[in-house]
Design a protein around this ligand. Structure first.
Ligand code: SAH
Length: 350
């Protein structure tokens, strides 16, 4: 199709200026358009452009590629779960969380995911497609509109998808969302979570982007990790940890290890001891996650006692550890669950 419209939200200011030049527009107009787009405005709202120009832009380009399909606000806390629609009808989800230090948005990087982790709802139907940088910007801008007068200060790339499996668009997104002429969200306030695609972790360390790397470890050794995460068959834990050490050396930033506790499988005191021995001496932090139960799999989370015992074992061995706060428990806060309900609803309606 040659009538595919270009997404302007995915362009850097200089690229947008070059694109607008093809329409005969001067650089300052491109600057105005960049600024509007990054405030979440559509062409119709760009009031300092002539009506004629706005119509022309509309014919050739997409302004905001994402809309909010539905939202659910938690009764327990101020968490808001969002379901976004893309231009082609695909949908992804996000979670907007209100902490005392401000708002954090959890965003998706792919429609679905092809990593196949046993506990995760996002991966059940595989990966449909990558999101573009413009669409990821769209997620942030839509969520920002939910909190007028306030702003999102932190981002976590922990929604559906594997960010390092959509490397180029995610890098473009990180540079766009932190751009001083746009939302200007500090890279230090952004966490990128990966299941551990080793070669891409080395590439990321060279990008000179001071984002926090979160590594989904979920196991103290390869045997257990392979039972939960197919990616463990491709990359040994030893090599994943080596790539983490390289990231720490290159960026000076500590790595966060995500560890979802599954009843008996990875949550016994001996597992904590083994984990501690493998992480010894590393500038890192362990984030223990109580498993969110997912209807489609049989994995069970741990009771409070087991969670506390696991954490205690780690801290006794001088590993810094905290528990991820559970938010939006009443609104399917877990990764991929809202989209699945939406897709199921469409199936049932057929
Ligand atoms: N693909 C990336 C980012 C998306 S998942 C990654 O693997 O890190 C974000 C985090 O949520 C990961 O740590 C993932 O392992 C975790 N997660 C997914 N499903 C979960 C569930 N049902 N319960 C607890 N944590 C889950």
């Amino acid at each position: 199709m040659d009538n595919v419209k270009k997404e302007l939200l995915g362009l850097f200011p200089e690229e947008l200026a070059a694109e607008m030049k093809t329409l005969g527009l001067p650089a300052f107009r491109a600057g105005q358009i960049f600024s509007w787009l990054h405030k979440g405005a559509g062409f119709d709202e760009m009031t300092n452009l002539s009506k004629e120009l706005r119509e022309k832009l509309k014919m050739q380009y997409i302004d905001q590629p994402v809309t909010v399909l539905s939202q659910k606000r938690s009764q327990l806390d101020d968490t808001c779960k969002l379901l976004y629609a893309m231009g082609d009808g695909n949908c992804v989800e996000g979670v907007l969380m209100h902490y005392h230090h401000g708002y954090t948005l959890c965003l998706s990087t792919q429609v679905g995911c092809r990593m196949g982790c046993a506990f995760c709802a996002s991966t059940l139907e595989g990966c449909v497609r990558n999101l573009t940088a413009a669409e990821m910007m769209g997620e942030v801008l839509c969520a920002s509109k939910m909190i007028p007068g306030d702003h999102i200060s932190n981002l976590v790339l922990m929604g559906s998808g594997e960010p390092l499996d959509n490397y180029d668009e995610v890098m473009r997104f990180l540079r766009l969302v932190s751009h001083e002429k746009g939302l200007n969200i500090g890279l230090r306030h952004i966490s990128l979570s990966t299941c551990g695609l080793v070669p891409k972790m080395y590439e990321l360390a060279e990008e000179k982007l001071p984002v926090t790397l979160s590594l989904s470890l979920h196991a103290p050794n390869d045997d257990i990790r392979k039972q939960l995460m197919p990616v463990a068959k491709a990359y040994k834990m030893e090599d994943v940890l080596k790539a983490c050490r390289n990231y720490i050396d290159k960026t000076g930033r500590r790595v966060i290890f995500e560890y979802a506790l599954v009843d008996k499988l990875n949550s016994l005191p001996e597992h904590a001891a083994e984990l501690a021995s493998r992480l010894r001496g590393m500038q890192c932090h362990v984030n223990v996650i109580p498993l969110n139960s997912v209807e489609e799999n049989a994995l069970k989370g741990c009771d409070e006692r087991a969670i506390n015992r696991f954490m205690q074992e780690l801290s006794d061995r001088h590993i810094s550890v905290t528990r991820r706060r559970e938010m939006g428990d009443d609104i399917d806060g877990a990764c991929g669950q809202l989209r699945r309900k939406h897709l199921k609803g469409q199936e049932d309606a057929k």
